[in-house]
Design a protein around this ligand. Structure first.
Ligand SMILES: Nc1nc2c(ncn2[C@@H]2O[C@H](COP(=O)(O)OP(=O)(O)OP(=O)(O)O)[C@@H](O)[C@H]2O)c(=O)[nH]1
Ligand SMILES: [Mg+2]
Length: 250
C-alpha cells in the first residue's frame, strides 16, 4: 500500500493515477483510493472514494464550519471510516493499492488521524511517497524548507519513505538543479551562500547536512506523471522496499 503525500498541488492525484495505470498496463492488479474528502475534480476515477462517506459540504452544514474548519474535521472523520474503507479495498484483492491523500499535507501528516490511518490499515507492506514540487523548491531556502517537510512527514508517519520530484517534463532545469543539490552538499551550500550569510548561512547549512538523509534517503526520484519519464526507476525502488530491501531486477 502506497500513501502519496506532498504539498498542495505537488502532483499527488496525477501520480496516483499514473502509478495505477502503470501497473494495470502491465497486467497487474492495482486500485486508486481517494482519501481527500475536499477534492472537487479528480484527474482519475477512484476505485475507493472517501467522498462517498464524507462530503465537505455536509460537514460544513452539519457542524456550522467554514471551509478550513470543515477540512480539518473531515480529515479527522476519515479516520472513523477507515474500517469501511479497508473492507472496500480488501474486496478488490488488488496487489497494488495507491492512496491519494488530502491536498494540504498537514491535514494528513500532522494530525493524529493521518498517523492512525497509516498505522491501522492492513497491507503486506506500506510505503510513503513524499512529492517535492520542483516549481516550489526553486531556491535554496524553499528547497531546504521542503526537505524539512519531507523529513517531518517521514518522522510522523513511520513507514519507509521515497521522496519524489514531480513534474519532470515541465521543470527540467529545476529538477536538474534540485537533484544536484540533494546529492552534493557543497553545491547546495554554494547556492545557499548567495542568499544567506554569516550565522544564518552556517546554521542552515548545518541543518541541511543533518536532515539530508532523512529528507531524501539515498536519492530523489524525478518523475513525470504525464510522460511517464522516471517511472521505471520509481517503481523499481517501490518494489525493492516492498520486498524488504532486496534488489529488484525485471
Ligand atoms: N506537466 C505536468 N503537470 C503535472 C504533473 N503532475 C501534476 N501536474 C499538474 O499539477 C497540477 C496539480 O496536480 P495534482 O495531481 O492535482 O496535485 P495534488 O497534489 O493532487 O493537488 P491537491 O490535491 O489539489 O493538493 C495539475 O494542474 C496537474 O496537471 C506532471 O508530472 N507533469
Ligand atoms: Mg489531489
Amino acid at each position: 500500500m502506497t500513501f502519496v503525500t506532498g504539498t498542495a498541488g505537488s502532483g499527488k492525484s496525477l501520480l496516483t493515477n499514473a502509478l495505477k495505470n502503470w501497473y494495470v498496463n502491465r497486467g497487474e492488479d492495482a486500485i486508486a483510493v481517494n482519501l481527500d474528502p475536499g477534492v472537487v475534480d479528480l484527474p482519475y476515477e477512484p476505485d475507493v472514494d472517501i467522498r462517498e462517506k464524507i462530503q465537505l459540504q455536509d460537514v460544513m452544514e452539519d457542524y456550522g464550519l467554514g471551509p478550513n474548519g470543515a477540512l480539518i474535521l473531515a480529515a479527522d472523520l476519515t479516520a472513523t471510516k477507515i474500517g469501511e474503507v479497508q473492507d472496500e479495498i480488501d474486496s478488490y484483492k488488488a496487489e497494488n493499492v495507491i492512496v491519494d491523500t488530502p491536498g494540504q499535507t498537514e491535514l494528513f501528516a500532522f494530525r493524529e488521524s493521518g498517523e492512525f490511518i497509516v498505522r491501522e490499515t492492513k497491507a503486506d507492506s506500506k510505503l510513503l511517497l513524499f512529492l517535492l514540487d520542483p516549481l516550489l523548491a526553486n531556491t535554496p531556502s524553499n528547497f531546504l524548507s521542503l526537505a524539512l517537510l519531507s523529513a517531518s512527514v517521514g518522522l510522523r508517519l513511520n513507514v519507509p519513505k521515497i521522496t519524489v520530484l514531480t513534474k519532470r517534463d515541465i521543470a527540467r532545469d529545476g529538477v536538474k538543479r534540485i537533484s544536484e543539490w540533494s546529492r552534493d552538499t557543497k553545491l547546495f551550500e554554494d547556492a545557499l551562500a548567495g542568499t544567506k550569510d554569516g550565522e544564518q548561512y552556517s546554521l542552515y547549512s548545518e541543518l541541511f547536512r543533518s536532515i539530508r538523509r532523512l529528507s531524501f534517503g539515498a536519492d530523489l526520484y524525478p518523475v513525470s506523471s504525464t510522460t511517464q519519464e522516471g517511472m521505471i526507476a520509481l517503481i523499481g525502488e517501490m518494489t525493492r522496499i516492498a520486498r524488504g530491501g532486496e534488489e529488484f531486477t525485471d
